[in-house]
Design a protein around this ligand. Sequence first.
Ligand SMILES: *Cc1c(COP(=O)(O)O)cnc(C)c1O
Length: 368
Amino acid sequence: MIKFLNLQKINLTHQQEIEETILQTFRSGWYLLGDKVKTFEQELSQYCNVPHAIGVANGLDALRLIFRAYIELGIMKEGDEILVPANTYIASILAITDNKLVPVLVEPDINTYNIDISKIEEKITSKTKALLLVHLYGSIVFSEDIENIAEKHNLKIIEDNAQTIGAVWKNKKSGSLGDAAGFSFYPGKNLGALGDAGAVTCKDQELATCIRTLANYGSQKKYVNQYQGYNSRLDEIQAAVLSVKLKYLGTENNRRKEIAKRYLTEIVNSNIVLPHHKIEENSHVYHLFVIRTENRDQLHKYLEENGIQTLIHYPIPPHHQEAYSDLKELELPITEKIHNEVLSLPISPVMTDDEVSTVIHALNNYQK
Ligand SMILES: *Cc1c(COP(=O)(O)O)cnc(C)c1O
């Protein structure tokens, strides 16, 4: 059986270093807001070449803290609109509505699965305050057009970088392209912790301080509370593990790209639509390798029968979720087509060449 993602194998690759750093943290007697977090924050800000990085509890918190901080700083207010792709993971939308901001869903591009840049401007109103760019599946969405639109309409650019750490656009890493970015280190992400973990990166010092304060009960000085904050801290053990794994992220992302290259060149089947991406570009780190096919459930079953596990990212779009019944009347045909047709193939830094060949062979033998 080829697993969709063998997390155990991924983490055991670094067994000795991870066990050592966990043991050391355990023995240090210091578990929160200590040197491990500080070190990881510095490493992350250096890695992304962005002035500030703040460790938080998870990726959803990273995003909702960014919006909350903009509200505290008087830059956004209740009822303001945030443009966001309609086909994102639910967390992007939750971060907006949790702050009583209004998500305005924009259709994706059927070729990239990222927000359709040509459809952004028509959605802008006097209430629009930000663009939440979700780099979906590991692929950066960014362009000079986006920068120009944001500048012209005075919008903040916030990146949902949960799936795309390490990707590069014009020598800049994802997470350094806009004003602020949210990262997730959920175990299955390209840089995965051993539990929940996340981070914010941003350029503005005032925003960074506000986020750090909000994430620690709204307090900078112990028992003095400036905001009605949260408890959303990255713990020392997770930070220690992340520091180990960050060193290998480039190598691991390169292995993902190698596998993607084989999929892109060797899968040949007219029933299957491959991602449109030039492998020479470093703007994709293949968190997921997502194909499309008209009879998705049949292909899923066929692969399962051939010992290959696949997943669907994602089966139900946010506007069809019970949690967002107020959005259910929206007509988003491209989003719906994507959700009906996508299937994610196994991809990970620990997949062997033989396993990749097995997946390719099975797909090439698939008949509708
Ligand atoms: C994983 C993910 C998140 C949320 O991260 P958590 O750490 O699970 O809270 C947000 N946005 C996207 C696009 C994600 O894939």
